[in-house]
Design a protein around this ligand. Structure first.
Ligand SMILES: [Zn+2]
Length: 150
């Protein structure tokens, strides 16, 4: 069996490369004058749309929103509730992972908890792939409130 670039049979090599380049490019959308810590996020939806986001800071620091949640809010309000993959990037040499709040929000839109999350370093030369179940084990989700999702 051939392993594709995404290490996920649902994601073609072309889609993976597009997801990666958009995740890296989306850092340019960051509004981070305080931390100077740019984060980009791109979601590949189940219907093969790409939704980009970036972290948006605020003079009232607590009002900042992460790149992952920016992208998820854009996707959800555009009618895309099912995702095939999510990718993030920062300007670090190493790969950075989504914060705890974002893991919970990502989990909301990963019904089988197997959504792949790709974490790219600054130039995309390094990547870590983990599922949301690995990033947020024993997570609380819609099923726990009796919601039937699929
Ligand atoms: Zn976050």
């Amino acid at each position: 069996m051939t392993i594709n670039l995404a290490d996920d049979p649902r994601i073609s090599d072309e889609q993976y490369l597009t997801l990666k380049s958009k995740a890296l490019e989306s850092r340019n959308l960051s509004y981070s004058p305080y931390s100077k810590f740019r984060v980009g996020c791109t979601i590949l939806t189940e219907t093969d749309e790409y939704i980009v986001g970036a972290n948006i800071e605020n003079a009232s620091y607590g009002a900042a929103i992460c790149a992952e949640r920016t992208a998820i809010v854009k996707a959800a309000t555009s009618g895309f509730m099912k995702f095939k993959a999510l990718a993030v990037s920062t300007d670090l040499e190493t790969c950075a992972s989504p914060c705890g709040i974002c893991r919970q929000v990502i989990r909301e839109f990963s019904n089988d908890k197997q959504l792949p999350v790709y974490m790219f370093n600054k130039d995309g030369s390094k990547v870590i792939k983990m599922t949301i179940d690995e990033l947020l084990p024993l997570s609380f989700g819609p099923e726990d409130l009796g919601m039937v999702t699929n």
